[in-house]
Every structure is written in structure tokens, then in C-alpha cells.
Design a protein around this ligand. Structure first.
Ligand code: KG4
Ligand code: ZN
Length: 333
């Protein structure tokens, strides 16, 4: 459908967000609330608290979005919501609102795959990005390499067998006594150190596989920490950890580009905000003659713009009733 205004709702984890995307005019605006402060004291996302806060925040965010964009619910032509993967209770908060709005105004309802949202988010800031491309999705919940052939045609090349890259950052940061979410804090600490002192593994890089494993790396840091008790060693250790993650991700991206013969690489997800990772992949792409795409930081982390955007692309998949959610949902079925 042309000229449709799509409302997107995101509530899969600890960000509550709503956004409006127009099929021809593009993104109109977004209202977002991060629950980071709510969960900080617990060192991680508490599912029950997350669900309750989504329910509490969504109405206010809708009002804020309306205020920002000058559009009201009466202008909306379809409602897209994150249907999974994610925390079930959190997902249900957004899904219930979506279903209520759609049913009340007799609008089509579009369940969106959260990871497809991440995959296509860069298109919002880099319109020249075209299929096919290799995507590295690195967030607190996921680490995946995906060959994106066309809209809806995604081939999973590899994924983490244990901790996600962001999770490894967060857990390692916790070992170093840094606050949640530890990724940015650890990167900040690493910038004050020099890598090269500590020998840390580059997990699963001995053979050309595209799966990842980061839990051993975290354990290796814990072992090194047990030997160095001085806080002054922490920046160097953080730097070596960051370098190990960056080099591992970079190696796998090179293999993925070589295996698929594709010449575009895209990164998304919260860890894509990491400066060292961006620089390493930029260098890799220059060496491989590939184009490198990184969305703006706001589009890297969880948001509703990416959900409204995929909703607009997938208007044809709209449903008329029900609002299913799925805690687990493979990207390619
Ligand atoms: O995509 P995201 O906002 O939320 C989901 O997990 O879906 O990603 C958050 C993750 C956290 O693990 C956080 O520590 C990590 O991204 N992160 C970073 C950086 N900024 C955020 N990790 C490393 N370096 C960063 N600069
Ligand atoms: Zn996400």
C-alpha cells in the first residue's frame, strides 16, 4: 500500500518505544524511554519489572509521539509491533497495546521480527544500502552473522553458542566492578589502557566456522583478574578483552564476506556502538574492497523506528486479529 502511516511499538526488552513511519515520507518521529536506571541496581534486566514499566510508560510515550509529530492515532493506517524474540511479558505489553489500537480502529496489525528490525534499521540512515549484504548483529541478547539476500530472505551464517557479544561485555565489566550496562563503561576503561599484556583467546577462530562463543573469554578474564589484584591493571585487561572480542568478530566478518562473495557489510545492535569495533571493520572492508555500513547510534540500539520501518515494508503480512508473541523466533524459517 502506498501512503500509509505505520505506528511501530517496541517492548521486547528494556526499551519502551513508539515511532511513526510513513511509506513515502519516511520516519516522522519517535518517543523512547530506556529502563536502564530501573534495572541498574540488579545488574541486569529483571523481566517482571520490565513488563510492568512498559505498561506504565506506553500511553505517555504515545502522547509524546503525537506531540512531536503533529499526528494523532486517527492518522495511523497500520500498527506494527515487536512480536519476538524477547521477554514474553515485555513483548505482551506492546502486543496488547497494538492489538487494542488495531481492533479499536479496525486497522491491520503487523507482527515484526525484532532482529529484522535491527537488520534493516541502517536503511533509515543510509538509503543507498542495497541487497545483498552481510550483517553482523551484536547486541546484549544476540550475536549473529546473516546473509541478507532480499527482503525476507535471510540466511543465518553463524551465531553465538553461549553468551552474546554484549553479554560478554556486560559480564566482564561486572568482573571489573563496573556498573550495568557494562559495555560502554568497559570500552571507556579500555581506552585508558594498552592491549598486549594479557593473553586472551580468540574463541572458535582455529577453523573457518562462523559460530561464536564468548563465555570462555569472560572466564579467561576472570582467571587473569585472580592473578593481578591491582586496580591499576584493569584498563590494560579491559583493553585486551575488547581487542579479543573485536578481532574475533572481525575475523568472522572477513570469512563471511569471503564465503558469500558479498561486497557489503553492515553492523547493528548495541555493540555496534563500540568505536574500536567500528574502526576494525572499517579497515577490514577497505582491505576487502567492501562497503561498510553503520547506522547512527540511536538506530543501533533498541528502538521503535526500526519496527515501524519493517512494518511499512511488510504491510502485506498484516493480520486482522490476534497479537501473537514469540520468546524464540528464528530469523529464517
Ligand atoms: O541492542 P541493545 O541496545 O539491546 C539489546 O541487547 O537488544 O544492546 C545492548 C548491549 C549491551 O550489552 C551493552 O553493554 C552493549 O550493547 N554496548 C556496548 C557498547 N555500547 C553498548 N558494548 C561495547 N561497547 C560499547 N560502546
Ligand atoms: Zn535489540
Amino acid at each position: 500500500a502506498r501512503n500509509a502511516l505505520v505506528l511501530g511499538i517496541e517492548s521486547s526488552c528494556d526499551e519502551t518505544a513508539v515511532a511513526l513511519y510513513h511509506t513515502t515520507d519516511g520516519l516522522l518521529g519517535e518517543a523512547l524511554h530506556s529502563q536502564i536506571d530501573l534495572h541498574a541496581a540488579y545488574g541486569g534486566v529483571v523481566p517482571e519489572l520490565a513488563s510492568r514499566d512498559h505498561v506504565r510508560r506506553l500511553p505517555g510515550l504515545l502522547a509524546e509521539l503525537s506531540h512531536k509529530t503533529g499526528r494523532t492515532l486517527a492518522d495511523v493506517d497500520a500498527v506494527a509491533y515487536t512480536a519476538g524474540p524477547g521477554l514474553v511479558g515485555a513483548l505482551l505489553a506492546g502486543a496488547s497495546l497494538a492489538a487494542g489500537l488495531a481492533q479499536g480502529a479496525d486497522l491491520p496489525l503487523i507482527p515484526v521480527h525484532h532482529m529484522e528490525g535491527h537488520l534493516l534499521a541502517p536503511v533509515l540512515s543510509e538509503p543507498e544500502l542495497d541487497f545483498p549484504f552481510v550483517a553482523l548483529l551484536v547486541s546484549g541478547g544476540h550475536t549473529m552473522l546473516v546473509a541478507c539476500h532480499a527482503l525476507g530472505r535471510y540466511e543465518l551464517l553463524g551465531q553465538s553458542l553461549d553468551d552474546a557479544a554484549g553479554e560478554a561485555f556486560d559480564k566482564t565489566a561486572q568482573l571489573l566492578g563496573l556498573d550495568y550496562p557494562g559495555g560502554p563503561a568497559l570500552a571507556h576503561l579500555a581506552a585508558q589502557g594498552t592491549p598486549g599484556r594479557f593473553t586472551l583467546p580468540r574463541p572458535l577462530t582455529r577453523q573457518r566456522g562462523l559460530d561464536f562463543s564468548f563465555s570462555g573469554l569472560k572466564t579467561a578474564v576472570a582467571n587473569q583478574l585472580a592473578k593481578v589484584s591491582d586496580v591499576q591493571d584493569h584498563p590494560d585487561l579491559a583493553a585486551d578483552f575488547e581487542l579479543a572480542v573485536v578481532e574475533t568478530l572481525s575475523t568472522k566478518c572477513r570469512w563471511a564476506l569471503e564465503a558469500t562473495g558479498m561486497s557489503r557489510l553492515l553492523i547493528a545492535g548495541g555493540v555496534a556502538a563500540n568505536t574500536r569495533l567500528r574502526a576494525a571493520l572499517q579497515t577490514l572492508c577497505e582491505a576487502q574492497g567492501a562497503h561498510f555500513f553503520v547506522p547512527s547510534a540511536a538506530l543501533c540500539t533498541d528502538n521503535a523506528s526500526m519496527i515501524a520501518h519493517v512494518g511499512a515494508l511488510r504491510l502485506a503480512d498484516a493480520q486482522r486479529s490476534g497479537a501473537p508473541v514469540r520468546a524464540r523466533w528464528p530469523l529464517s524459517e
